[in-house]
Design a protein around this ligand. Sequence first.
Ligand SMILES: O=C(O)CCC(=O)C(=O)O
Length: 471
Amino acid sequence: MKEICEQFPSTKEGLQVDKIDIGKLTPSILQLFNEIVENYLKLCNSPPESPPPKTECSSLLLKIESALNYVWEQLHTGQWKDVDPVWRQLYSYVSLFKTQVYLKLDEDTSLHLADAIAACDMGLIMGEPILDGFLSNIASKINEKLWESSQNKITFKENQMEIESGIECYPQLNTENLIETVHAPSIETFLLDIMNKKPIIITGAMDFWPAMGEKRWSVSYLRKVAGYRTVPIEIGSKYTDDAWSQSLTTVNDFIDDYILTPKKGKGYLAQYQLFQQIPQLKNDIIIPDYCYLGTCDDINVNAWFGPRGTISPLHYDPDHNFLSQIVGSKYIRLYDEKVTSSLYPHEQELLFNTSQVDVEQPDFEHFPLFSSAPYVETILESGSMLYLPPRMWHYVRSLSTSFSNPTNCFAKIVSYVYLASVVQNLKQKQKTRFDFTNIQISRMHITNPKAFAIDQLVKYSVSFVVNCVRI
Ligand SMILES: O=C(O)CCC(=O)C(=O)O
């Protein structure tokens, strides 16, 4: 572990703690933080021949826990978006110190590696990026170590997978209601004929993604890249159910408990900015060029990973939305904004964009107009993406993949990885889910996106078509 420990900043300057706006901190937490920094630096700089006694590490860990508890309270007071970033910054720093203490404790054994990576991930999930992605680099290195050591043991249950019983209910699609499909439309076609006008399934625009090819997102690949990483998951069939809740778990446990042998009910790694936390996975996907047509600088990329049978109730988002299906398939039904009154949106403020109707088992007595609301539908298969204009109502249920090619390692395990990228800003729905900060993916260098005129887009469309052909 030595080589990982040595990468930690070991001076005050290296830590860049002077960038923290300490004026916003209370005197008690500031004093505790300063003490922790001093102890941490001592720990980093202790000579290898006389490592700090374990008692010193333990007392530092106690201080760290108190600081984390204090900051946790601040993070959970009021709405997430209103929390001052200084608390999130502090949470990341203290998590960094905690990670280092566990790694130091681990120098001769590997008993604390799991604690170290968990500390790192908590810093990433609850905190703010610090020191140029330091925590995510360290977490990925620890994951690699843990994965390598697991290769000698049979720790996972791939060989004990349950063969799925029963066939997930495939809906009977009405051929008159199908969503139109188009093969790799040019940017120009997309801009002039599709964008803001209609939903469409786009094929041929993901074939070259590493996640669809040489880095195929199988269970073993996800275990290798992210198995020991802690992530937030949703528990329960749908976010409108009373019993729905959220929890933190490692990717390995999520795969074992909710994907391979779902013994704990439905679990969904849903609408989560996984790529900010685990940038290696981001390299496996390519943001669709169509996303760059908006005038907004931010592109949110969320991951959705779960077993069959997860349901996202009928709802709409304010943004353009590309749902890109990487593995598996989903049933999707869409309703136009014009028929909103027939969809009976919830009256509570937080769920104003979610329908009260259970789309596949509607209660017509309570929701009579729903029966005549026109809709379009599809089964979105792996390799296709669905474009949704803003405010288009959508209902999504994941389907069995048991018919898959048996050479596909997802053939029996009935799971899917699904990724949506959204042009523009935060989805309203996030208020009801883990409300993390936006991911910012670097975009094409358009110096002034607002001045991005149609004729430039048309030129760009030509180069996009050439790209497609080349690929
Ligand atoms: O795939 C899902 O379960 C939901 C997707 C969705 O609702 C969205 O991207 O807005």
